[in-house]
Design a protein around this ligand. Sequence first.
Ligand code: GLP
Length: 240
Amino acid sequence: MQIFITEDYEELSLKASKIIIGLVKENPYAVLGLATGTTPLGLYQRLIEDHKKNGTSYKHIRTVNLDEYKGLPPEHNQSYVYFMRKNLFEYLDIDIENTYIENGVAENELRECARYDRLLKGMRQDIQLLGLGSNGHIAFNEPNTSFESTTHIVNLTESTIKDNSRLFNDISEVPRKAYTMGLKTIMQAKKILILASGANKAEAVYKTVKGEVCEAVPASILQTHPDCTLIVDKEAASRL
Ligand code: GLP
């Protein structure tokens, strides 16, 4: 794993954006695996600025997102479809038809997982962007998810519900279930870029990098990926 420790969140976002922009320029037909959460927001802002200023084009880019809350329709302001549109897609020249994510309101859970897996089989990610949960989760793969997992439905842990409740009016509104890309599928990406910022991620960063590779810490599997880059700010790196 290649590790970069930055002075602050700004520098982290800039560094991450350079990696994505470089890849898009090199391969205008790339498949980008994207993530939600607050951590990638600075990076997305940089991509938008670069698109405006330098014209980097996303016309032929396809994207696959990691996860989606079960039960939230696309127009819900906490759905991840909505998040991606409002924080990135609306400001790029990307064809919205080329952006893929699980359907939170699919009628049949198993069929929805199978549909997404079929899609992902034909769209290996040139890069997969990840945030890190404070309990070591990646996407919504909570502790003790099988390393062999593909797309599945998850019961969110209390700690994740609590972490994510800051974005909802009330903790009771946070969905208890979500669809997520599995760990096996994440690991199939040609390159992985994982970002973590802030002191509340320090423990998870430490376990991800220095801990035992074990299912209790989902992100620890990244130690075995042949091309994984971790960018962390000083605070998140404080235990390394
Ligand atoms: C959620 C998302 C993850 C994300 C994590 C961390 O649980 N499903 O993909 O990485 O939160 O979020 P944040 O970046 O806001 O700390």
